[in-house]
Ligand binder design. Structure first.
Ligand code: NA7
Length: 539
């Protein structure tokens, strides 16, 4: 092993690198940095590894991406030995996988749990980061990697009177480990994004009465979840590297069958056949039916109307069906994948309340008030999502050179170079940060690409004897302009969604992820690295 402190900044620091977060990003970052001989400490707010798959343990929580491809590929032994049981495994299975990876690569000793990070301060004098947890403990490290997740900062709208509610209040992303028993209870669910879509059918089975408060109806494609067939798994595993490469070469890093270029260039009959077959297969692959959903309103409307008609066919009460039928463009918000979601509204114990125009006015001790109506409930579930992409970073007080505050600099939206690093914040990296494809792609391959890029960059720096890296302001501005410019070409940037921050009151509306596709982004990162890290300055 090399002496890790050779050529590293801040040789007096406690660690070579501190990684914030022990989700799939932080776990793999730890593995790669340690492989390089670096001394690493991971600080994790939660009580275990897995990030998203540790926190989101609400009933019905499961991944909506085919798990044979939503998993690590960095170790062939790992991907060969791990046996997924389902097409879309539950949170429990994903958490078990995270723990298995942590065991297998002996990551546990370097992860400190129950340690939410409150501050990260760069010292120009010492050339290191000083990272402070909420209890006031500090560690210092030459490099700081933010593996804080894109959907981890919980969004709880500030409803008037919430503190006076006499029953229990839960958020899907902070579900109690011991579970919650709603048997015999009247329950309110606020929010109908993925978390609401997955949990509502499960709550409906248990609760005496379930009232769903919907601000926006979402497009929900059936999951058709099933146990994985051993023969199918064996076939994938026999050809894993090639299939992974094929997935990475696709626009979203997913292994989807690619459809035609335009939904309106084919006959209605052919188009509906395509939609039917994708509806039957289920899942996010519906999005890949045609390439022009985000550039042609006419094309978009064909998919929207197909799904609305499905809803009208499933939901028996026509008024409820119309309320559920989404009005916004298909794919503008993250597409949901569900099991018996629309069917649940045929149950006698489930009702839907429209809060798109008349919003929730307040929470009373006995329930939820909308206009003159009070919905009396024993419990309220917030399925209200996250302060996406920037929330987890802005909730930490991050200070760079000359005490520059990330919160202030990102007041009008995030600015980062490649979504990987930020000007004025030397030796700090982000994994799947704003300005990278992240949430528009299959997250685990995106995470691996970022972690590998960062590791290679640090190895290159050590080989060249440089210890400090920071994006140049001009290169960053150019990248941000490019990210915005291509976002404007897509209708995705035109409607309310967490991609734009419109779900959080007061958040500046900026389309945050890079929409140019995974392959184009990877090419750009690789070009920059091979040209000697253009756009970065070194010392
Ligand atoms: P989402 O997708 O952000 O969904 C949150 C839901 O909560 C959505 O329906 C919101 O309506 C609703 N919401 C938020 N604030 C309010 C208020 N004040 N009143 C009523 N309704 C509200 O979060 P999820 O946790 O479901 O999913 C996040 C991602 O995780 C998902 O996209 C997948 O990638 C996995 P809105 O649509 O803003 O009108």
């Amino acid at each position: 092993m090399t002496n890790a402190n050779d050529n590293l900044a801040g040789a007096d620091a406690d660690f070579d690198a501190v990684v914030v977060g022990a989700g799939f990003a932080g776990m793999y970052m730890l593995y790669r940095l340690r492989e390089q001989g670096l001394r690493v400490r991971v600080l994790e707010a939660g009580g275990s590894v897995g990030g998203t798959w540790y926190w989101n343990r609400y009933p019905g929580a499961r991944v909506d991406t085919e798990t044979m491809f939503y998993s690590y590929q960095f170790s062939n032994e790992l991907q060969q030995e791990w046996e997924w049981t389902q097409r879309y495994p539950s949170q429990e299975e994903l958490h078990a996988y995270a723990k298995h990876v942590t065991d297998r690569f002996e990551l546990w000793p370097d992860i400190q749990f129950d340690s939410p990070v409150a501050k990260a301060i760069w010292s120009e004098e010492q050339q290191y980061w000083s990272v402070e947890t909420a209890d006031g403990a500090q560690i210092t490290a030459s490099y700081c990697v933010m593996a804080t997740g894109c959907l981890s900062a919980v969004n709880t709208p500030k409803f008037k009177g919430l503190e006076n509610f006499s029953g229990a209040v839960h958020h899907t992303a902070r579900w109690p480990e011991v579970g919650v028993d709603f048997t015999g209870q009247h329950v309110a669910v606020i929010g109908t994004g993925s978390s609401g879509v997955q949990s509502i059918p499960v709550f409906a089975e248990q609760a005496a009465q379930l009232t769903v408060f919907q601000r926006t109806g979402n497009y929900v494609i059936p999951a058709h979840n099933r146990g994985l067939d051993p023969a199918e798994v064996a076939e994938i595993k026999a050809d894993y590297p090639a299939l992974r490469a094929k997935a990475s070469a696709s626009f979203s890093g997913n292994y989807f069958p690619v459809g035609g270029p335009s939904a309106v260039a084919v006959s209605e009959e052919e188009r509906n056949r395509e939609y039917e077959s994708r509806w039957e297969v289920g899942g996010l692959a519906f999005m890949a039916a045609y390439a022009d959903f985000m550039t042609s309103e006419e094309a978009n409307e064909t998919a929207s109307e197909f799904i609305r008609n499905k809803i009208r066919g499933i939901v028996k009460d026509p008024a409820t069906a119309e309320l559920l039928a989404p009005k916004q463009l298909f794919m503008c918000k993250r597409l949901c994948v569900g099991t018996d979601y629309y069917e649940t509204y045929n149950r006698d114990n489930v009702s839907l309340v429209d809060v798109s125009e008349a919003a929730i006015d307040e929470i009373l001790p006995e329930g939820v008030r909308v206009g003159e109506t009070v919905y009396e409930v024993d419990a309220i579930v917030f399925a209200t999502g996250f302060d996406a992409m920037t929330g987890a970073l802005k909730r930490i007080d991050i200070r760079g050179v000359e005490n520059a505050s990330l919160r202030d600099l990102w007041e009008d939206g995030p600015r980062a170079y490649l979504g990987l690093a930020i000007s004025k914040f030397p030796n700090m990296f982000m994994i799947t940060g704003p300005g990278s494809p992240s949430v528009l792609t299959n997250m685990i391959p995106s995470i691996e690409q970022h972690v590998d890029w960062i590791t290679d960059c640090l190895a290159d720096m050590r080989a060249r004897g440089v210890s400090r890296i920071e994006p140049e302001a001009d290169a960053q501005e150019e990248w941000v302009a490019h990210v915005n410019e291509i976002a404007d070409l897509s209708m995705r940037s035109t409607c309310s969604s967490w991609y734009l921050g419109s779900n959080v009151e007061g958040k500046t509306r900026v389309f945050m992820p890079y929409i140019g596709g995974f392959p184009a982004y990877v090419r750009k990162c690789d070009e920059i690295a091979s040209a000697g890290y253009t756009g970065f300055s070194f010392r």
